[in-house]
Design a protein around this ligand. Structure first.
Ligand SMILES: *[C@@H]1O[C@H](CO)[C@@H](O)[C@H](O)[C@H]1NC(C)=O
Ligand SMILES: *[C@@H]1O[C@H](CO)[C@@H](O)[C@H](O)[C@H]1NC(C)=O
Length: 183
């Protein structure tokens, strides 16, 4: 006869639940703090239907940008989604602007692929232009599966390589991660 111990049962149930829990990520907010003379971020997050938000709008590159402008990032998490953020040890690689865009193409293709007029990988300097984002749903599968639900915020900061302490550009994007079982 074949029997399953309580411990084995617990493991099986845990595996089943982990397989079932998948996260739905929704854009929550996009905000530019400063640096409009370099790049102006005119993006809004809107409710698209009951369960999905989209990002919509235009990013204007206002003057040529190259790798002398270095972009760094910081990630914050709010478990309760109530703006009590904690710094989280994860980031995009810090690099010059052209390299930063190239890295997005390489590692986060789904994030940039349908942005109209996004600089091509290797394009440098990036000249003045308007980049259009139309009703973009946050792409599934972009975030590591290990991330906890709640509000996640990435702050992107730009400064000249020669003067890193003098911040010239800052924007933030937040994404709400919901447990799919509860929506
Ligand atoms: C909302 O829109 C998204 C994206 O088009 C779609 O995948 C989803 O099924 C829609 N949900 C509802 C409830 O209509
Ligand atoms: C996004 O912007 C376009 C053009 O600016 C507009 O037609 C569309 O309705 C917007 N989407 C939402 C969900 O508001």
């Amino acid at each position: 006869m074949w029997s399953v111990s309580y411990a084995q049962l617990l493991i099986i149930v845990t595996i089943l639940i982990e397989a079932l829990v998948c996260y739905k990520a929704n854009y929550e907010r996009v905000e530019q703090v400063f640096g409009q003379e370099y790049a102006e971020i005119d993006l809004r997050v809107r409710k698209y239907n009951r369960t999905t938000t989209v990002m919509n709008g235009t990013m204007y590159i206002r003057q040529p940008l190259d790798d002398n402008m270095v972009f760094s990032s910081d990630v914050f998490h709010s478990r309760l989604g109530n703006q009590q953020f904690q710094h989280y040890p994860m980031r995009l690689p810090t690099s010059g602007y052209c390299q930063f865009i190239e890295n997005l193409h390489k590692e986060y293709k789904a994030v940039v692929e349908d942005m109209v007029n996004i600089p091509n990988p290797g394009e440098c300097p990036v000249t003045e232009r308007a980049i259009y984002i139309h009703d973009k749903v946050f792409p599934p599968g972009v975030l590591p599966e290990s991330l906890a639900p709640g509000l996640w915020k990435i702050v992107i900061t730009g400064a000249l390589v020669t003067k890193p302490e003098n911040i010239l550009f800052r924007m933030m994007v937040s994404v709400r991660l919901l447990d799919d079982l509860f929506i």
